[in-house]
Design a protein around this ligand. Structure first.
Ligand SMILES: Nc1ncnc2c1ncn2[C@@H]1O[C@H](COP(=O)(O)OP(=O)(O)OP(=O)(O)O)[C@@H](O)[C@H]1O
Length: 315
């Protein structure tokens, strides 16, 4: 297995407070790695350490199987990134901004600029200075700048922020083309779980500075169970009917009026009919599948509960 990024016990403290703790990350060649975590979990700090914008307090980073140091110029040339809000020379055009970036990176293929602008669909911008760009256009230009030098590794922090649904769809296809056709490795942090769910090969979940999960999307999909969600105004009576009339044992009460039924042998219509027959009001009944969002929220909830437990124990 070829790993393009590996970190070993990567740690960062600011003013004595650890915000990234012992992160062991592994990103395979050509994959899309979705980096997820709540606000303040440490995603941007990890990305900044991978791009030498922040110096790790401890731990190691290997990129393209070589140790990363501030002087790793040759490695940085093979990487593209967009971290936090992209900043440009506002009075210059998109093309001029990309030209300057290519000079800075020592990249001389002039055709690449037109290609990059086309890839992010930034067309009809003529000689417009960047200061007249909308937020979405700047975001597209940020992505174009990250990929103009045809990097083998792309690090993108919240790349679809500020994009409209059409833009989001276009970027989704672009990321897939880069990964599947060009073999580019992508690390993408995002809050939009439904997006990551559609494109990621692997996800890493960071919470309170710790990487609490690193797993293939395939295995998450494998764990995704189908269930029937029942909404009723009479939960207790519904539970009785499920248990005694339908012999259903595998269910979970998730709310005052919501029950999730995981039993596979009983059909939705049989449940519905039996409940109605026993005067249980059925407001809604639907087949559903657990999503990445539910998976993520469960992990974060469990991690926060464990963190609280540890904190209360240490006093
Ligand atoms: N330069 C800094 N000095 C002090 N604390 C910092 C600095 N940069 C980040 N932090 C703190 O580190 C923690 C992690 O921040 P980080 O920006 O990495 O999180 P994030 O997961 O990217 O969050 P978000 O999704 O909100 O961008 C936060 O508590 C933040 O306040």
């Amino acid at each position: 297995m070829t790993y393009i990024v590996t970190t070993n016990r990567l740690t960062k403290s600011f003013d004595g407070k650890e915000v990234v703790s012992n992160v062991n990350m592994k990103i395979r060649k050509g994959e899309i790695y979705g980096f997820l975590g709540p606000n303040g979990a440490g995603k941007t700090t990890v990305l900044k350490m991978l791009t030498n914008l922040v110096k790790p307090t401890a731990g190691e980073i290997r990129i393209f199987q070589q140790p990363l140091a501030p002087s790793s110029y040759e490695l940085f040339k093979r990487m593209g990134n967009m971290i936090e809000y992209p900043i440009f020379y506002e009075k210059l055009t998109a093309r001029e901004n990309l030209e300057l970036h290519c000079v800075y990176m020592g990249y001389h293929d002039k055709r690449a600029i037109g290609e990059a602008l086309e890839m992010v669909n930034l067309t009809n911008i003529d000689n417009k200075p960047v200061k007249n760009f909308s937020l979405g256009m700047k975001q597209r230009l940020g992505i174009a700048r990250a990929l103009v030098t045809k990097p083998e590794l792309l690090l993108l922090d919240e790349p679809i922020n500020g994009l409209d649904p059409v833009g989001i769809k276009e970027m989704r296809s672009l990321f897939q083309v880069l990964s599947k056709e060009y073999g580019t490795t992508l690390l993408i942090s995002s809050h939009i779980l439904a997006e990551i769910e559609q494109i990621a090969d692997t996800i890493g979940v960071i919470s309170n500075g710790r990487l609490i999960e690193q797993v293939s999307m395939e295995s998450i999909r494998g764990q995704n169970t189908e269930y029937i969600e029942l909404v009723t105004t009479n939960r207790n009576k519904a539970v009785t009917v499920l248990e005694y009339n339908l012999q259903i044992k595998n269910f979970k009460i998730v709310d005052d009026n919501i029950i999730r039924i995981y039993e596979t042998g009983v059909s939705q219509s049989a449940i519905s009919k039996t409940l109605i027959l026993h005067d249980v009001e059925v407001e809604a009944i639907n087949k559903r599948t657990t999503t990445l969002e539910e998976y993520f929220l469960r992990l974060i909830r469990e991690d926060n509960a464990n963190t609280q437990l540890l904190t209360s124990r240490s006093y």
